[in-house]
Design a binder for this molecule. Structure first.
Ligand SMILES: Nc1ncnc2c1ncn2[C@@H]1O[C@H](COP(=O)(O)OP(=O)(O)OP(=O)(O)O)[C@@H](O)[C@H]1O
Length: 196
């Protein structure tokens, strides 16, 4: 779609390919140009190189557990993805307030890394995501989604007319930020450039 101004910038790709790393690069480039960033990204938690789980981290540095290896959790574990138990309440307490509504006078980039299976155990988060990607939404969003997930909400995001989706691969992960920032420049009306 030539000359289209997208407002939903979506990264997808195989697990571990570098979506979070790229999300951090892009949001840092945007915020260093004076644009407010809100939302959260996901960080792996490792101990002696073993992955124990995932935290979410907001842009003001607050952190909450999203999931932990089930041997580290007390039963009952209600929601599982692989060997990880998902801590829905801890996730909601930090993630939901972080999905701030943009102020009409101040441009904002909302970062949601990621919109996936673990996060969707929270119905409240899923509802918030539906609202954020609704036709009347005022949000400008940088989000990550899994390559394979037959969820209706994820498919709506993937096929949204105002969304541009990039498939991140090991081959393009060090260069694709230029193309994404170029699209973001159109909606924020600024020139963001940064070399990494
Ligand atoms: N451009 C890159 N060059 C080298 N290593 C990278 C690059 N991007 C990411 N990595 C490394 O790959 C690993 C996974 O990166 P990252 O967490 O960004 O991937 P992801 O796609 O978000 O993963 P997940 O699917 O688990 O959310 C990390 O150890 C990170 O340091």
């Amino acid at each position: 779609m030539a000359n289209n101004k997208y407002k939903f910038f979506i990264l997808t790709g195989e697990p571990g390919v570098g979506k979070t790393t790229l999300t951090k690069k892009l949001s840092s480039a945007i915020s260093s140009n004076g644009i407010k960033t809100a939302g959260f990204y996901t960080e792996e938690i490792r101990s002696s190189r073993i992955r124990e789980g995932f935290d979410i981290v907001t842009f003001n540095g607050a952190r909450a557990r999203l999931a932990r290896d089930e041997c580290l959790l007390l039963p009952p574990i209600k929601h599982r993805v692989g060997k990880y138990g998902v801590l829905v309440e801890e996730f909601e307490n930090l993630a939901l307030p972080a999905l701030q509504k943009p102020d009409s006078n101040e441009p904002q980039l909302l970062v949601i890394d990621e919109i996936g299976k673990m996060e969707f155990f929270s119905q409240r988060f899923k509802n918030a995501v539906k609202e954020i990607f609704s036709p009347t939404s005022d949000y400008i969003v940088l989000a990550t989604i899994p390559v394979r997930m037959g969820d209706k909400v994820i498919e709506t995001i993937r096929n949204h007319s105002q969304a541009r989706v990039w498939m991140i691969t090991k081959e393009n992960r060090n260069t694709i930020h230029n193309e994404i920032l170029k699209e973001m420049n159109k909606v924020f009306n600024i020139i963001v450039c940064k070399s990494y």
